[in-house]
Design a protein around this ligand. Sequence first.
Ligand SMILES: [Zn+2]
Length: 114
Amino acid sequence: MYKGRNQRNRSKIALCELQLRFELPETAVTTYADSTEARMAKRAEELARSLAQLKANPRVRDIRVIVSTDACPACKEVAGTYTKDNVPALPPEGCSCPRGCEGHYQPMLNEIYP
Ligand SMILES: [Zn+2]
């Protein structure tokens, strides 16, 4: 009799724990989505700033767009070498990289004469 009630209490506690555990991932997902969005916005800002710096640097002749091998089709599409005048913005329109655009700019420098 006593044992039976004790078990019922225990399963009630287990249910509460279950609800708690069920609520936790939901909160985690929301936080994750928010931080991904914030991270992507920050990344786009950094890319724009680095592109502006490269364009302003007279030693930079061309700019290469580097994307990772697992980048989305939109990113792979813009990978390549460009003159300063026609460098595409990163992330490209329609970028669907799961972790946000991981592409970056790489400067191609002019020959340096002594
Ligand atoms: Zn992408």
